[in-house]
Design a protein around this ligand. Structure first.
Ligand code: SF4
Length: 179
């Protein structure tokens, strides 16, 4: 499969713009200019490689940023996450082991919650991660693995790399029956 991908026209196109994303580190206009030079002059074969950063290393301390007040979904153009999960007809057998594992169960509160404001509750598109017990002063992470859309964002983005996405039972996951 990998060899056939490399031989396809798609591979050539993707390779031609593989450096665009790291190029934007110098700013939007600089990144666009770099992308144009890389695409049209070097055709994706520039004799250097710009450095990438692992995504999970780029998250900042919550105290360094203002809290974002996201607008409420209007039910016409924007929808709440669970309505969208419903449309995907995501399902996992209830009696299977949760496929989202934590290497250390204390880390979601001691580090993710305390330092980063529980980012998993925001980046997960399916609302799988919830912090409960905040009002009682005893926050804890709840994982609603049943709703997982298999995007693997948590596996990549978790700042402590504490979340491990394992393969669920066959047939589980999103179905998108209307597509
Ligand atoms: S894989 Fe995606 S949908 Fe599933 S829990 Fe992780 S972030 Fe959420």
């Amino acid at each position: 499969m990998a060899i056939r991908s490399r031989q396809s026209w798609l591979w050539e196109r993707v390779a031609r713009c593989a450096q665009h994303s790291p190029g934007v580190q110098v700013g939007l206009w600089g990144g666009l200019a770099y992308g144009a030079i890389d695409t049209f002059i070097f055709r994706g074969k520039a004799p250097w490689t710009l450095a990438h950063h692992d995504d999970h290393t780029q998250l900042g301390d919550k105290l360094a940023y203002p809290k974002i007040a996201y607008p409420k979904p209007d039910g016409k153009l924007t929808f709440d996450r669970l309505s969208s999960v419903f449309l995907s007809a995501t399902n996992h057998e209830e009696n299977q082991q949760c496929h989202l594992r934590l290497k250390d169960e204390s880390v979601p509160i001691s580090i993710n919650y305390a330092r980063y404001g529980a980012p998993e509750t925001r980046y997960c598109p399916a609302g799988v991660y919830e912090i409960l017990g905040e009002e009682e002063g005893q926050p804890r992470l709840q994982i609603n693995g049943q709703n997982c859309l298999h995007c693997k964002t948590c596996d990549i983005k978790d700042p402590t790399q504490n979340i491990v996405w394992t393969v669920p039972e066959g047939g589980g996951g999103p179905n998108y029956p209307n597509m």
